[in-house]
Design a protein around this ligand. Sequence first.
Ligand SMILES: CC(C)(COP(=O)(O)OP(=O)(O)OC[C@H]1O[C@@H](n2cnc3c(N)ncnc32)[C@H](O)[C@@H]1OP(=O)(O)O)[C@@H](O)C(=O)NCCC(=O)NCCSC(=O)C[C@H](O)C(=O)O
Ligand SMILES: [Mg+2]
Length: 293
Amino acid sequence: MTRPRRSHLFMPGSNPRALEKARNLPADGLILDLEDSVAPEAKAAARDGIAAAIAAKGFGRREVLIRTNGLDTPWWPDDAAMAAKASPDGILVPKVSSVEDLDAIGRKLAELGAAPTVKVWAMIETARAVLHAEELAAAGRDPSSRLSGFVFGPNDISRETRIRMLPGRAAMIPMITHCILASRAHGLEILDGPYSDIANSDGFATECAQGRDLGFDGKTLIHPSQIDACNAIFTPPEEEVARARKIIAAFELPENAARGAIRLDGAMVERLHADMARRTIAIADAIAAMAKG
Ligand SMILES: CC(C)(COP(=O)(O)OP(=O)(O)OC[C@H]1O[C@@H](n2cnc3c(N)ncnc32)[C@H](O)[C@@H]1OP(=O)(O)O)[C@@H](O)C(=O)NCCC(=O)NCCSC(=O)C[C@H](O)C(=O)O
Ligand SMILES: [Mg+2]
Protein backbone atom coordinates (compact mmCIF):
# COMPACT_ATOMS: atom_id res chain seq x y z
CA MET A 1 0.00 0.00 0.00
CA THR A 2 1.36 3.44 -0.90
CA ARG A 3 1.19 5.73 2.07
CA PRO A 4 1.90 9.46 2.02
CA ARG A 5 4.57 10.37 4.55
CA ARG A 6 4.84 14.09 3.88
CA SER A 7 4.54 15.17 7.49
CA HIS A 8 5.19 13.17 10.68
CA LEU A 9 4.55 15.20 13.81
CA PHE A 10 6.50 14.44 17.00
CA MET A 11 4.70 15.00 20.26
CA PRO A 12 5.77 14.36 23.85
CA GLY A 13 4.04 11.29 25.25
CA SER A 14 3.87 13.24 28.50
CA ASN A 15 1.59 15.90 26.95
CA PRO A 16 -2.01 14.59 27.02
CA ARG A 17 -3.31 17.73 25.31
CA ALA A 18 -0.97 17.14 22.34
CA LEU A 19 -1.98 13.46 22.10
CA GLU A 20 -5.64 14.47 22.08
CA LYS A 21 -5.14 17.30 19.61
CA ALA A 22 -3.27 14.97 17.22
CA ARG A 23 -6.52 13.17 16.34
CA ASN A 24 -7.63 16.21 14.35
CA LEU A 25 -4.36 17.45 12.89
CA PRO A 26 -3.77 16.97 9.14
CA ALA A 27 -0.36 15.29 9.56
CA ASP A 28 0.25 12.07 7.60
CA GLY A 29 1.87 10.54 10.65
CA LEU A 30 2.28 10.99 14.39
CA ILE A 31 5.32 10.11 16.44
CA LEU A 32 4.40 9.67 20.09
CA ASP A 33 7.66 10.34 21.85
CA LEU A 34 9.15 8.71 24.92
CA GLU A 35 12.70 9.88 24.31
CA ASP A 36 14.11 13.40 24.17
CA SER A 37 10.91 15.37 24.77
CA VAL A 38 10.08 13.43 27.96
CA ALA A 39 11.98 14.03 31.19
CA PRO A 40 13.31 10.94 33.02
CA GLU A 41 10.81 11.30 35.86
CA ALA A 42 7.91 11.53 33.37
CA LYS A 43 8.79 8.42 31.34
CA ALA A 44 6.45 6.02 33.13
CA ALA A 45 3.45 8.35 32.94
CA ALA A 46 4.20 9.07 29.27
CA ARG A 47 4.26 5.34 28.54
CA ASP A 48 0.83 4.95 30.17
CA GLY A 49 -0.48 8.02 28.33
CA ILE A 50 0.61 6.67 24.95
CA ALA A 51 -0.83 3.21 25.65
CA ALA A 52 -4.18 4.80 26.60
CA ALA A 53 -4.17 7.13 23.58
CA ILE A 54 -3.57 4.25 21.14
CA ALA A 55 -6.18 2.07 22.85
CA ALA A 56 -8.72 4.90 22.52
CA LYS A 57 -8.11 4.92 18.73
CA GLY A 58 -9.34 7.84 16.62
CA PHE A 59 -6.12 8.56 14.69
CA GLY A 60 -7.80 7.72 11.38
CA ARG A 61 -5.48 6.95 8.48
CA ARG A 62 -2.51 8.67 10.12
CA GLU A 63 0.51 6.43 10.61
CA VAL A 64 1.17 6.11 14.33
CA LEU A 65 4.72 5.47 15.53
CA ILE A 66 6.01 5.29 19.08
CA ARG A 67 9.52 6.60 19.57
CA THR A 68 11.06 4.51 22.32
CA ASN A 69 14.14 5.31 24.31
CA GLY A 70 17.43 3.86 23.08
CA LEU A 71 18.48 0.24 23.48
CA ASP A 72 21.17 1.15 26.03
CA THR A 73 18.79 3.00 28.37
CA PRO A 74 16.97 1.60 31.41
CA TRP A 75 13.63 2.49 29.75
CA TRP A 76 13.96 0.37 26.61
CA PRO A 77 12.52 -2.92 27.99
CA ASP A 78 9.38 -1.24 29.33
CA ASP A 79 8.99 0.94 26.23
CA ALA A 80 9.26 -2.11 23.98
CA ALA A 81 6.79 -4.09 26.10
CA MET A 82 4.24 -1.28 26.00
CA ALA A 83 4.68 -0.78 22.26
CA ALA A 84 4.35 -4.51 21.51
CA LYS A 85 1.03 -4.53 23.40
CA ALA A 86 -0.28 -1.22 22.04
CA SER A 87 0.44 -2.33 18.45
CA PRO A 88 1.08 0.98 16.68
CA ASP A 89 2.08 1.00 13.00
CA GLY A 90 5.66 1.02 14.11
CA ILE A 91 8.30 1.89 16.64
CA LEU A 92 10.99 4.45 15.95
CA VAL A 93 14.17 3.56 17.78
CA PRO A 94 16.74 6.28 18.43
CA LYS A 95 20.51 5.94 17.96
CA VAL A 96 20.43 2.64 16.08
CA SER A 97 24.07 2.31 15.07
CA SER A 98 24.79 -1.27 14.06
CA VAL A 99 23.25 -4.38 12.55
CA GLU A 100 23.47 -5.90 16.05
CA ASP A 101 21.16 -3.11 17.28
CA LEU A 102 18.66 -3.91 14.54
CA ASP A 103 18.83 -7.63 15.35
CA ALA A 104 18.22 -6.89 19.02
CA ILE A 105 15.11 -4.82 18.19
CA GLY A 106 13.68 -7.52 15.91
CA ARG A 107 14.37 -10.23 18.52
CA LYS A 108 12.78 -8.17 21.30
CA LEU A 109 9.58 -7.56 19.31
CA ALA A 110 9.37 -11.27 18.42
CA GLU A 111 9.96 -12.29 22.05
CA LEU A 112 7.19 -9.90 23.16
CA GLY A 113 4.81 -11.35 20.57
CA ALA A 114 4.38 -8.05 18.72
CA ALA A 115 2.05 -8.35 15.73
CA PRO A 116 3.88 -8.54 12.38
CA THR A 117 2.19 -5.25 11.45
CA VAL A 118 4.39 -3.43 14.00
CA LYS A 119 7.27 -2.17 11.86
CA VAL A 120 10.63 -0.75 12.86
CA TRP A 121 12.01 2.67 11.98
CA ALA A 122 15.59 3.55 12.82
CA MET A 123 16.78 7.04 13.69
CA ILE A 124 20.02 7.67 11.84
CA GLU A 125 21.62 10.12 14.21
CA THR A 126 25.04 8.83 15.24
CA ALA A 127 28.29 8.98 13.34
CA ARG A 128 28.37 5.16 13.27
CA ALA A 129 24.82 4.97 11.89
CA VAL A 130 25.70 7.33 9.05
CA LEU A 131 28.89 5.42 8.29
CA HIS A 132 27.01 2.08 8.35
CA ALA A 133 23.80 3.29 6.70
CA GLU A 134 24.17 0.91 3.75
CA GLU A 135 24.82 -2.07 6.03
CA LEU A 136 21.82 -1.16 8.18
CA ALA A 137 19.56 -0.76 5.16
CA ALA A 138 20.76 -4.10 3.73
CA ALA A 139 20.01 -5.83 7.05
CA GLY A 140 16.48 -4.48 6.72
CA ARG A 141 15.93 -6.92 3.84
CA ASP A 142 15.63 -9.67 6.45
CA PRO A 143 11.89 -9.66 7.31
CA SER A 144 12.68 -10.46 10.96
CA SER A 145 14.18 -6.95 11.25
CA ARG A 146 10.77 -5.40 10.37
CA LEU A 147 12.70 -2.38 9.08
CA SER A 148 10.51 0.08 7.13
CA GLY A 149 12.64 3.18 7.06
CA PHE A 150 15.06 5.70 8.46
CA VAL A 151 14.52 9.05 10.14
CA PHE A 152 17.46 11.44 9.90
CA GLY A 153 18.33 13.05 13.27
CA PRO A 154 20.34 16.25 12.70
CA ASN A 155 20.35 17.39 16.32
CA ASP A 156 22.06 14.30 17.67
CA ILE A 157 24.41 14.17 14.71
CA SER A 158 25.39 17.76 15.42
CA ARG A 159 25.83 17.00 19.14
CA GLU A 160 28.14 14.05 18.50
CA THR A 161 30.11 15.29 15.51
CA ARG A 162 30.14 19.05 16.18
CA ILE A 163 28.94 19.63 12.63
CA ARG A 164 26.87 22.79 12.87
CA MET A 165 23.22 23.00 11.90
CA LEU A 166 23.26 26.04 9.65
CA PRO A 167 20.77 27.39 7.10
CA GLY A 168 21.29 25.55 3.83
CA ARG A 169 22.77 22.51 5.66
CA ALA A 170 25.87 22.51 3.43
CA ALA A 171 27.91 20.46 5.90
CA MET A 172 25.18 17.85 6.32
CA ILE A 173 24.23 17.33 2.69
CA PRO A 174 26.88 14.66 2.00
CA MET A 175 25.66 12.49 4.86
CA ILE A 176 22.00 13.12 3.99
CA THR A 177 22.63 11.98 0.43
CA HIS A 178 24.57 8.96 1.69
CA CYS A 179 21.61 7.92 3.89
CA ILE A 180 19.10 8.51 1.10
CA LEU A 181 21.13 6.37 -1.30
CA ALA A 182 21.41 3.62 1.32
CA SER A 183 17.66 3.63 1.94
CA ARG A 184 16.73 3.63 -1.74
CA ALA A 185 19.22 0.88 -2.59
CA HIS A 186 17.29 -1.38 -0.20
CA GLY A 187 13.74 -0.19 -0.75
CA LEU A 188 13.34 1.79 2.47
CA GLU A 189 11.54 5.04 3.20
CA ILE A 190 13.43 7.97 4.70
CA LEU A 191 12.16 11.06 6.52
CA ASP A 192 14.00 14.31 7.10
CA GLY A 193 14.74 15.56 10.62
CA PRO A 194 12.86 18.36 12.38
CA TYR A 195 13.35 22.12 12.04
CA SER A 196 13.47 23.70 15.49
CA ASP A 197 12.91 27.41 14.78
CA ILE A 198 9.11 27.21 14.91
CA ALA A 199 8.67 30.97 14.43
CA ASN A 200 10.71 31.03 11.20
CA SER A 201 8.17 29.89 8.60
CA ASP A 202 10.30 30.99 5.63
CA GLY A 203 13.34 29.09 6.88
CA PHE A 204 11.13 26.06 7.49
CA ALA A 205 9.62 26.14 3.99
CA THR A 206 13.09 26.46 2.47
CA GLU A 207 14.32 23.43 4.40
CA CYS A 208 11.21 21.39 3.47
CA ALA A 209 11.75 22.11 -0.22
CA GLN A 210 15.42 21.25 0.09
CA GLY A 211 14.56 17.96 1.82
CA ARG A 212 12.06 17.12 -0.92
CA ASP A 213 14.61 17.87 -3.65
CA LEU A 214 17.28 15.80 -1.88
CA GLY A 215 14.88 12.84 -2.06
CA PHE A 216 13.29 12.55 1.39
CA ASP A 217 9.73 11.13 1.46
CA GLY A 218 8.68 13.75 3.99
CA LYS A 219 9.76 15.62 7.08
CA THR A 220 9.40 15.14 10.79
CA LEU A 221 7.83 18.11 12.57
CA ILE A 222 7.68 19.43 16.10
CA HIS A 223 4.74 21.85 16.03
CA PRO A 224 1.24 21.76 14.47
CA SER A 225 1.92 25.11 12.77
CA GLN A 226 4.44 23.32 10.50
CA ILE A 227 2.01 20.77 9.05
CA ASP A 228 0.22 22.68 6.27
CA ALA A 229 3.36 24.10 4.66
CA CYS A 230 5.09 20.73 4.85
CA ASN A 231 2.13 18.91 3.27
CA ALA A 232 1.93 21.49 0.48
CA ILE A 233 5.63 21.24 -0.33
CA PHE A 234 5.71 17.41 -0.38
CA THR A 235 2.45 17.09 -2.37
CA PRO A 236 3.10 16.46 -6.07
CA PRO A 237 1.87 19.61 -7.88
CA GLU A 238 -1.22 19.27 -10.10
CA GLU A 239 0.83 19.85 -13.28
CA GLU A 240 3.19 17.03 -12.26
CA VAL A 241 0.24 14.67 -11.71
CA ALA A 242 -1.36 15.69 -15.03
CA ARG A 243 1.97 15.16 -16.83
CA ALA A 244 2.34 11.76 -15.12
CA ARG A 245 -1.09 10.68 -16.40
CA LYS A 246 -0.17 11.87 -19.89
CA ILE A 247 3.09 9.88 -19.89
CA ILE A 248 1.33 6.70 -18.80
CA ALA A 249 -1.44 7.20 -21.37
CA ALA A 250 1.16 7.77 -24.11
CA PHE A 251 2.94 4.48 -23.39
CA GLU A 252 -0.41 2.66 -23.38
CA LEU A 253 -1.10 3.68 -27.00
CA PRO A 254 -0.82 0.66 -29.37
CA GLU A 255 1.63 2.54 -31.62
CA ASN A 256 4.02 2.95 -28.68
CA ALA A 257 3.76 -0.63 -27.42
CA ALA A 258 7.16 -1.62 -28.83
CA ARG A 259 8.93 1.64 -28.09
CA GLY A 260 11.20 2.41 -25.15
CA ALA A 261 11.44 6.13 -25.85
CA ILE A 262 8.91 8.54 -27.35
CA ARG A 263 8.57 12.26 -27.96
CA LEU A 264 5.87 13.92 -25.82
CA ASP A 265 5.16 17.66 -26.05
CA GLY A 266 8.57 18.16 -27.60
CA ALA A 267 10.58 16.25 -24.99
CA MET A 268 11.90 12.69 -24.85
CA VAL A 269 10.28 10.37 -22.33
CA GLU A 270 11.33 6.80 -21.60
CA ARG A 271 9.66 3.92 -19.81
CA LEU A 272 11.61 4.81 -16.66
CA HIS A 273 9.63 8.07 -16.67
CA ALA A 274 6.43 6.02 -16.83
CA ASP A 275 7.62 4.17 -13.69
CA MET A 276 8.21 7.52 -11.96
CA ALA A 277 4.80 8.72 -13.19
CA ARG A 278 3.08 5.68 -11.66
CA ARG A 279 4.65 6.49 -8.28
CA THR A 280 3.56 10.13 -8.54
CA ILE A 281 -0.01 9.03 -9.22
CA ALA A 282 0.01 6.46 -6.42
CA ILE A 283 1.16 9.15 -3.95
CA ALA A 284 -1.37 11.69 -5.28
CA ASP A 285 -4.18 9.11 -4.98
CA ALA A 286 -3.08 8.17 -1.46
CA ILE A 287 -3.06 11.85 -0.45
CA ALA A 288 -6.57 12.27 -1.88
CA ALA A 289 -7.76 9.21 0.07
CA MET A 290 -6.15 10.60 3.23
CA ALA A 291 -7.99 13.91 2.76
CA LYS A 292 -11.32 12.04 2.60
CA GLY A 293 -10.52 10.60 6.04
C1 LIG B 1 8.19 22.95 21.01
C2 LIG B 1 7.07 22.92 22.02
C3 LIG B 1 7.64 22.66 23.41
C4 LIG B 1 6.38 24.30 22.01
O1 LIG B 1 5.40 24.27 23.02
P1 LIG B 1 4.40 25.48 23.25
O2 LIG B 1 5.12 26.79 23.05
O3 LIG B 1 3.73 25.25 24.55
O4 LIG B 1 3.36 25.28 22.06
P2 LIG B 1 2.12 26.18 21.68
O5 LIG B 1 1.66 27.01 22.84
O6 LIG B 1 2.46 26.94 20.44
O7 LIG B 1 1.02 25.09 21.33
C5 LIG B 1 -0.16 25.49 20.67
C6 LIG B 1 -1.12 24.33 20.69
O8 LIG B 1 -0.59 23.24 19.94
C7 LIG B 1 -0.43 22.10 20.77
N1 LIG B 1 0.88 21.50 20.41
C8 LIG B 1 2.07 22.06 20.51
N2 LIG B 1 3.01 21.23 20.03
C9 LIG B 1 2.35 20.11 19.66
C10 LIG B 1 2.78 18.89 19.08
N3 LIG B 1 4.09 18.66 18.84
N4 LIG B 1 1.84 17.98 18.80
C11 LIG B 1 0.52 18.20 19.05
N5 LIG B 1 0.06 19.36 19.59
C12 LIG B 1 0.97 20.28 19.90
C13 LIG B 1 -0.43 22.62 22.19
O9 LIG B 1 -0.87 21.61 23.06
C14 LIG B 1 -1.40 23.78 22.07
O10 LIG B 1 -2.71 23.26 22.01
P3 LIG B 1 -3.96 24.10 22.54
O11 LIG B 1 -3.95 23.86 24.02
O12 LIG B 1 -5.13 23.53 21.86
O13 LIG B 1 -3.73 25.55 22.19
C15 LIG B 1 6.02 21.86 21.64
O14 LIG B 1 5.48 22.19 20.39
C16 LIG B 1 6.55 20.45 21.63
O15 LIG B 1 6.65 19.83 22.68
N6 LIG B 1 6.88 19.91 20.45
C17 LIG B 1 7.34 18.57 20.26
C18 LIG B 1 8.75 18.37 20.84
C19 LIG B 1 9.27 17.00 20.53
O16 LIG B 1 8.53 16.05 20.41
N7 LIG B 1 10.59 16.86 20.41
C20 LIG B 1 11.22 15.62 20.07
C21 LIG B 1 11.38 15.42 18.58
S1 LIG B 1 12.68 16.25 17.79
C22 LIG B 1 14.09 15.34 18.22
O17 LIG B 1 14.01 14.54 19.10
C23 LIG B 1 15.37 15.58 17.52
C24 LIG B 1 15.96 14.37 16.81
O18 LIG B 1 16.00 13.22 17.59
C25 LIG B 1 17.34 14.75 16.37
O19 LIG B 1 18.33 14.23 16.91
O20 LIG B 1 17.42 15.61 15.45
MG1 LIG C 1 17.81 12.59 18.28
